[in-house]
Design a protein around this ligand. Sequence first.
Ligand code: ADP
Length: 285
Amino acid sequence: SLNRIEEIFKEVELDDSGTDTLKENAEKEIEFKNVSFAYPNSEKSVLKNLNLTLRKGERLAVVGKNGSGKTTFVKLLCRLYDPVEGEILFNGKNIKEYDYKEYLNLFSVVFQDFKLLALPLAQNISGGEAYDKLKVLEVLKNTGLDLSKFKNAEETYLYKNFDDEGVNISGGEGQKIAIARALYKDAPLIILDEPTAALDPIAEAEIYSKFDGLVKNKTSLYISHRLSSCKFCSHILVFDAGLIVQEGSHEELLAKDGLYSKLWNAQAQYYQENSRRLDIYVLSY
Ligand code: ADP
């Protein structure tokens, strides 16, 4: 959101003087070339010599333990920070050369620490006072948000700050609203940064199974420490301490003796415990 961007502008001085326009080029290829990064006022290298390509229409997953640099990678991709070393190219040209706002508009991002406002549900989704009612209702339906407790449908306020009939929402409902916001923006690249971390496995399976269909031919990026969330992605990058330590498809990575299969096996137990519930869910979906 804009607030977020303004907050970060206070923290770092980004050079937003780029003027190149990218409309006709939209939706192509993004490349990280030898990208390294440390946060301002920190010595610690958080991303180390990243090399990767995100192609049009691809579903890319980034997995790894907490603190391995996944969110920082997204922040660089969305130009909330610039690399300390190396460069990020969009269609072969450094992203700094593009008009900053236009570049940002390429992305719909659901950050894990998204914020909802004490405003009507629809405004939380459109990001402003104006909204297209039919589109709001459509994206809400697609996320599977149960509207029965929202007395005035999309006009219902979130929280009770400004309206006694406002509703308090659960973590899972909040995440569905945040995802609806990303879908409403309808940008060519969509990023889910661990949006389901607060959900139980059933709710998570529900969101991911729907999302895969919703993003259709958009380029999409999924960030998660839960490996099962990313099984449907065509390409998976495994982050560890700021490095890409493995990459490939789920099957390829599982067949190798590396961090991916180690994390997978560690998480498998958790999923086995829930698998009966998951099977039932998948059958009834
Ligand atoms: P992940 O998304 O994989 O959990 P992050 O990208 O959030 O990992 O964090 C990577 C590393 O960067 C961690 O060591 C974290 O403590 C550090 N870090 C994250 N945000 C900041 C910040 N704003 N300033 C300094 N260090 C940060």
